[in-house]
Design a protein around this ligand. Structure first.
Ligand code: SF4
Ligand code: SF4
Length: 418
């Protein structure tokens, strides 16, 4: 793939996993971000974190279907994966044969010549509603094809799901590639992508070039702004919450009510690949168990946000959104093995970033029957294992068992009894 700048990679990469199966669309994350970063004049419409209800919701409206249609127009019928070309960990699901936003730009020549990064500028009306059609389901009578029914819940015959989104702090950021002022940079220490406000002249090329539409223009300052990855927290400089300087998860992650989020930092090799570290919770989920997948990987920016896909949604829709790994990811999640079940407990268990986990084996506690997506019945054996999470300084910061401990209140009268 072509990229407008020379290859260079950070030492660590900001990354996250969102479990869409658990998101309740409460927008607590959205408000945590809003009240921290975008509450000022000129930022009224800015939602660096947003949660949209798919398939109809989008912020800005139709951001994904519009770009998918543009790519299809440039490369009709060619935006496909070759699932046969697998190569171990490097290409676990095959190869994308289509055009990324960088390659497609060369093919789409407008009156001003080709763009550096293919994209479009959303209209004011498209930015107006953070989640229009909130919670509108699809399926049921009168709908055809993929939208006709749910995969897992035929008794309802309708489906939707919440897709929480922030900037993906991409490995090959579209925003950075499109900026003619070179005002956007990727931090070498943690891969967070920032806009230098003193260099930005508000040309909005980044708004055009970010396929996820995560840079936004501020009319009062005439500059563009975006998610800053709560970098003081990542640097461990929030002294009120982290007196010893341990990196903390961002505001949106730490506030998540549904416990769908796990954020972290993964160590990176000089060539941009992830250093082999199977006891890093993110590495384990994304590279070892492959239960979490990137959002629209075909765009070509290598986003560092990963999603556990929702089990009840038609597979064709999910494969367009997360690529060909969907079937494997959903199978893993439907009946997690012993280690995966333990690591899944770490989501939102506390607010310090976890750099390592360890599992202490416990006794068998149950055997349950699980209906797999294929319809096959599987037996899952549950063990009361203990999972322990460690912070940057290898200090234990969380310890959880698979079986939730219960506490029985003594029978006597309590002051706060009803
Ligand atoms: S999601 Fe968009 S704004 Fe964020 S780094 Fe990627 S291209 Fe840039
Ligand atoms: S706080 Fe968590 S559960 Fe609520 S909308 Fe945000 S991501 Fe979903």
């Amino acid at each position: 793939m072509d990229y407008p700048f020379e290859e260079k990679h950070p030492e660590w990469q900001f990354a996250f996993v969102f479990n869409t199966n658990r998101c309740i669309g409460c927008q607590t994350c959205t408000m945590a971000c809003k009240s921290t970063w975008t509450f000022s004049k000129g930022q009224e419409y800015m939602w660096w974190n947003n949660v949209e209800s798919k398939p109809f919701g989008g912020y800005p409206q139709n951001w994904d279907s519009k770009l998918l249609a543009m790519l299809e127009e440039v490369n009709p019928g060619g935006q496909v994966w070759d699932a046969g070309k697998t190569d171990g960990d490097k290409k676990p699901y095959g190869v994308f044969e289509g055009k990324t936003i960088f390659e497609a730009a060369q093919k789409r020549v407008g009156p001003e010549g080709p763009q550096v990064v293919m994209g479009y500028l959303p209209t004011d009306a498209e930015w107006r509603h953070p989640n229009i059609h909130e919670d509108t389901a699809t399926g049921g009578k009168g709908r055809a094809g993929e939208f006709a029914a749910s995969t897992q819940l035929p008794e309802h015959r309708v489906w939707f799901f919440h897709l929480a989104r922030i900037c993906n702090h991409c490995t090959y950021p579209g925003c950075l590639g499109a900026c003619p002022r070179q005002a956007i940079y990727k931090r070498p220490e943690d891969g967070i992508v920032l806009i230098d406000q003193s260099r930005c002249r508000g040309y909005r090329k980044c708004v055009e070039g970010c396929p996820y539409k995560k840079t936004m223009y501020r009319a009062t300052t005439r500059t563009s702004e975006k998610c800053v990855g709560c970098y003081p927290r990542i640097e461990g400089k929030d002294h009120t919450l982290s007196p010893k300087g341990a990196p903390l998860e961002t505001r949106c992650m730490a506030a998540c009510v549904g416990k769908i989020r796990l954020q972290g930092l993964v160590p990176i090799n000089a060539d941009g690949t992830w250093k082999h570290q199977p006891d890093n919770p993110l590495y384990f989920l994304i590279r070892e168990r492959k239960v979490a997948l990137p959002l629209y990987p075909q765009f070509g920016t290598e986003p560092n946000g990963f999603y556990i896909p929702p089990r009840w949604v038609p597979r064709g829709y999910l494969e367009q959104m997360f690529g060909p790994g969907v079937k494997h990811a959903i199978e893993q999640y439907s009946c997690p093995d012993r280690e995966l079940l333990a690591v899944l407990q770490l989501f939102r268990a506390q607010r310090e970033i976890l750099f390592r986990f360890d599992i202490k084996k416990g006794p068998e506690i149950a055997k349950i029957k699980v209906k797999m997506p294929s319809g096959e019945q599987k037996e899952q054996v549950l063990y009361n294992d203990t999972v322990i999470g460690y912070n940057k300084f290898d200090k234990e910061v969380v310890r959880l068992t698979i079986q939730e401990p219960t506490f029985e209140r003594p029978a006597q009268q309590h002051v706060n009894s009803i």
